[in-house]
Write a protein that binds this ligand. Structure first.
Ligand code: TYD
Ligand code: MG
Length: 483
C-alpha cells in the first residue's frame, strides 16, 4: 500500500490539485476545495474515469472508415425522423407540432439528445409534456409509441393535473417521478440516472424526456445533483444512452442565455441540439429558438402563445410586435412600420417618434425661420413598440419617417411600410432579404412599401397582390412621396 499524500479536490467538479485554492481553478466555485488522502481521491476520480471510458463505449468497436456514397444512400430522412404533426393536420401554420418541427429542422431525430433551456417558469415543462403527448399519440403507429416523461421537479400527480389541463389523454405516456420520497430533511428532488435508464429501456419508448438535468445524478460522480460535475456526467450518460438505443432524449435545463446557472453552457457542445425558450413575464408569447442543431439550420424561430390549455402555435406571427394603436384606424402622427428578419421569417415592428420643441427658455432667432430652428433644437424621442429591440439597419427609413411624421404632425396612413438603410448623405441603401420582407407585407394586406430605388422593379409577387412598391433614391424623395 503506497504512502498517502494530501491532495485537494473540488467537491463541486472533481478537479484535483496538490495545492489548496480558495477558488476552484476549474469551475470557479469558492471554498469547495477539500483535503483528501490519495486513496479517497482514487475513489472519487475513478468515478469520473470509469464514466469517461463508457463515454466511448457506444462507438461500435469495429468502426472503420466508410465510403461517402455508401453512407448517404443509407439515410432516408423523411421516414427516419419522428413526426410531431398530429394526424389530422397537414403542415398548417400555427399548429403547435409544426412550429416545433420547424425549429428542429424537421421531426425529432432518433438517437439525438436535445437540450431545452430557458428561465424557470417560462414554460419548458409544458412544452415538453405537449411534445411527449404528440409523439405518444403517434401518427405512424404500427409500433406502440410509448414516451417516458421523467420529472425530478414535480410529482406524477402534479404532472397528471397539468396533462389534464392540456387535454392529453393518450395511453402511451408514462410518468416517472421521485419527488415523493421523503427523508428527514424533506423531499429528495433527485433521480439516479442509472435507475431511470434501466427502467426506461424495457419499455422501448419512442422518446424519453428528462425534467430537468439539474435534478438527476450519477452514482460515483462527485458533487450533488445540479453541480457542475453531475450535470456534465449525466448529460454524457444520456448521450450514450441515446446513441446506443436510438431513443431520442429531450433534456430540460434551467438555463439562461448567459448561462449563469451551474454552467450549462458547457453542455452545449455535448448535446446534438440546443433550443432556448424565451418570453417576457407580462406577455403570453413564447419564442423557441434553436442555437445549435446538428440536423438542421439554427436560425429558425418558433412562436407560441401560452394559453389556459397550454402552448399554441401562433399562425400569424408577423404582426405580433405591432402596437395596439395600429389596429385602430384613428391615425397617429409619429408612427411608422418597419420589417425586421428573425430567423428566416419577417416580423413587422412599429417605430414611434415624438418630437418635442426644445425647452421653454427664450431663444433669440435672427435670420432663421422659426420652424427650422424648432426642428434643430427640438428633442426627439424614439421607441420601438412592444419592447423588441431593433438590431438591424433595415429600420432606418422607418425611424426617419416616424420622426418626419411626428414633426410635421402628419400621420402616415395605415398600410404603408418602410424598408431601407440610410447612409450619412441621406441616400437609401439595400438591405438583405428584401423580397421576403416585401412579400410578408403583401400577405398582410399592406398597400404601399417604400424601398431603395434599385429594388423598385423586383417584386412581381407583391405587385400581383396589388401592392405598390415605391423606390426612392434618398430621404427627400421619401418625404415628397409620403407627406
Ligand atoms: P412550466 O412549464 O412549469 O415552466 P418551466 O418548466 O419552464 O419552469 O410553466 C410555467 C407557467 O406556465 C406557469 O406559471 C403556468 C403557465 N401555464 C399556463 O399559462 N397554461 C398552461 O396550460 C400551463 C400548463 C402552464
Ligand atoms: Mg418545469
Amino acid at each position: 500500500k503506497g504512502k498517502s499524500r494530501s491532495v485537494f479536490v473540488c467537491e463541486s467538479c472533481g478537479y484535483s490539485d496538490g495545492q489548496w485554492w480558495g477558488t476552484c481553478r476549474e469551475c470557479g466555485e469558492i471554498g469547495t476545495m477539500k483535503r483528501c488522502t490519495t486513496e479517497s481521491v482514487d475513489e472519487k476520480v475513478n468515478g469520473t474515469q470509469v464514466s469517461e471510458n463508457v463515454v466511448r463505449s457506444w462507438l461500435p468497436k469495429e468502426a472503420t472508415p466508410v465510403r461517402l456514397s455508401e453512407v448517404s444512400s443509407r439515410i432516408d430522412e423523411s421516414n427516419w425522423r419522428i413526426s410531431l404533426l398530429p394526424l389530422l393536420f397537414v403542415n398548417r401554420p400555427g399548429v403547435f407540432g409544426a412550429e416545433v418541427e420547424r425549429v428542429l429542422g424537421g421531426g425529432l431525430v432518433p438517437g439525438s439528445l436535445v437540450l431545452v433551456g430557458g428561465d424557470p417558469g417560462v414554460g419548458k415543462s409544458t412544452l415538453l409534456l405537449q411534445i411527449a403527448a404528440l409523439i405518444a399519440e403517434g401518427n405512424d403507429a404500427d409500433v406502440p409509441a410509448r414516451v417516458i416523461y421523467v420529472s425530478g421537479e414535480e410529482s406524477v400527480e402534479q404532472i397528471a393535473n397539468r396533462a389534464d389541463r392540456l387535454c392529453i389523454r393518450t395511453e402511451e405516456l408514462f410518468l416517472h417521478s421521485n419527488t415523493d420520497i421523503e427523508n428527514n430533511s424533506g423531499t429528495i428532488n433527485s433521480l439516479g440516472i442509472e435507475d431511470i435508464l434501466e427502467q426506461a429501456q424495457p419499455l422501448f419508448p419512442r422518446a424519453l424526456v428528462i425534467d430537468s438535468i439539474q435534478t438527476v445524478y450519477l452514482r460515483g460522480v462527485t458533487g450533488s445533483a445540479g453541480g457542475l460535475a453531475q450535470v456534465k456526467e449525466c448529460t454524457s450518460a444520456l448521450l450514450r444512452f441515446a446513441k446506443k438505443t436510438n431513443i431520442p432524449v429531450l433534456l430540460i435545463g434551467h438555463v439562461t442565455k448567459s448561462g449563469e446557472i451551474a454552467g450549462p453552457r458547457l453542455l452545449e457542445h455535448i448535446v446534438d441540439v440546443v433550443l432556448y425558450m424565451e418570453g417576457e413575464k407580462l406577455s403570453s408569447h413564447r419564442l423557441l429558438r434553436s442555437v445549435k442543431n446538428r440536423f438542421g439550420s439554427t436560425d429558425e424561430l418558433g412562436v407560441f402563445k401560452m394559453s389556459e390549455s397550454g402552448l399554441q402555435g401562433v399562425s400569424n406571427p408577423s404582426e405580433m410586435f405591432l402596437g395596439e394603436q395600429h389596429s385602430n384606424s384613428d391615425y397617429l402622427a409619429g408612427l411608422a412600420v418597419a420589417v425586421i428578419m428573425d430567423g428566416s421569417r419577417a416580423f413587422l415592428i412599429e417605430i414611434q417618434a415624438l418630437c418635442v420643441a426644445g425647452s421653454s427658455a427664450v431663444r433669440h432667432l435672427n435670420g432663421v425661420q422659426g420652424s427650422r430652428a424648432d426642428m434643430i433644437i427640438s428633442g426627439i424621442f424614439l421607441n420601438v413598440v412592444s419592447g423588441i429591440s431593433l438590431t438591424e439597419t433595415s429600420g432606418d427609413l422607418a425611424i426617419a419617417a416616424a420622426i418626419c411624421s411626428s414633426f410635421l404632425e402628419f400621420p402616415i396612413p395605415n398600410g404603408v411600410a418602410f424598408i431601407a438603410e440610410i447612409d450619412l448623405s441621406g441616400e437609401l441603401r439595400m438591405v438583405p432579404q428584401l423580397e421576403k420582407r416585401v412579400n410578408t407585407l403583401a400577405k398582410l394586406g399592406y398597400k404601399k412599401c417604400i424601398v431603395p430605388k434599385p429594388a423598385e422593379k423586383s417584386f412581381p409577387d407583391a405587385q400581383l397582390q396589388g401592392m405598390e412598391i415605391l423606390g426612392c433614391v434618398n430621404l427627400k424623395e421619401m418625404i415628397n412621396t409620403v407627406f
